[in-house]
Design a protein around this ligand. Sequence first.
Ligand code: SDX
Length: 382
Amino acid sequence: MADNDIKKGLAGVVADVTAISKVNPETNSLLYRGYPVQELAATQSFEAVAYLLWHGELPSAAQLAEFRAIERAHRALTAEVKTAIDALPLDSHPMDEVRTAVSVIGAIETAGVGNVLDAVGTPEQNLQRSLQLFAALPAIVSYGQRRRRGLEAVESRDDLDYAANFLWLTFGEEPDAVVVDAFNRSMILYAEHSFNASTFTARVITSTLSDMYSAVVGAIGALKGPLHGGANEAVMHVFDEIGSASEVSGWLDTALAEKRKIMGFGHRVYKRGDSRVPTMKAALDTLVAHYDRPDVAELYDTLESEFVSRKGIYPNLDYPSGPAYNLIGYDTLTFTPLFIAARITGWTAHILEQQASNALIRPLSAYNGPDERHIEEYEPDT
Ligand code: SDX
């Protein structure tokens, strides 16, 4: 096999087809089931977009009402999950907390399924499991932040839709409409992005006929990495390191001299800018105005213009979302768990799609180890 047949990182490799989303770097666009994500973020609730990703069509009013009723019925932080999180050290990483919580939910949901072939579940069961995970994650993520702050869990409020309830669960205060809108937009923008590393991980695990929960736990592990979902947390560490716009130039001189990856910039697919950034930046701008924090906008704009002019590498979605979540009041460590709460919709849509048309995912490798040799040649005393 020639070296150029090997696509390290599967860069540029088309591994399968999907009807869920289309990422188009030529037109810098992203479609969810054919709809431009910008249109969805500007007009739809995250619940409606979740329904679209799973069912292929936006819900009717009646379908959305039924969806919301089921979502509300599965919001509670269960005793088993709370016990599992409370058993972890207070300074565990929140991504490990959420990964543990999903693992506990999965072990309970698939208990009693003796034969491993039955654990995979039916399409109807897995659709139900997808909605239940979607509904359960806000309480899990918000409890983690409150626990670290020495606060008790807050009960969900059925009078609040998904985004408002998520903010209520986290801060225990009536959320402002501006904040709810910005948060809702971020969830929609983070929901789905074709065969990114964590989604592909979920599809690989699903392709072995393993269960949905195992696939989601694997996807969480992949998302944690700073080259992927962990970047939104890392962006905030960069902002904290730099401090203010006046420090950007000097900070970049050092960082680039050290050959550091600047978190929140660059993308494997988008090479002229991430299609989602303008929409998330507009949401960040509403938060900057709402909280009267022009300093955040100045640092954001200065770092972006300096880095783009020096390296020609553009921001990705994690760049505007980090400061947005910081302004809303989320701890930096909670940022990537927010990404889980959004991407659970894309992950489970891909799991369902993989199950519907499965083939075991198992690529080849080119060998570059020692030539064949034999034990008789092995002399342990030399
Ligand atoms: C997400 O795939 C998805 O769709 C992911 C995602 C989703 O919605 O699921 O969009 C979410 O993960 C966004 C990406 C978040 N990650 C970061 O912000 C981390 C910083 N970014 C880089 O690590 C990098 O841009 C990647 C990993 C995201 C993409 O890198 P590639 O496509 O593998 O390209 P590369 O790393 O080979 O970079 C090409 C060149 C290199 O220079 P050389 O070594 O060839 O000289 O560009 C440089 C890189 O060093 N480069 C950067 C850089 N990104 C690329 N240099 C400094 N800082 C950066 N951020």
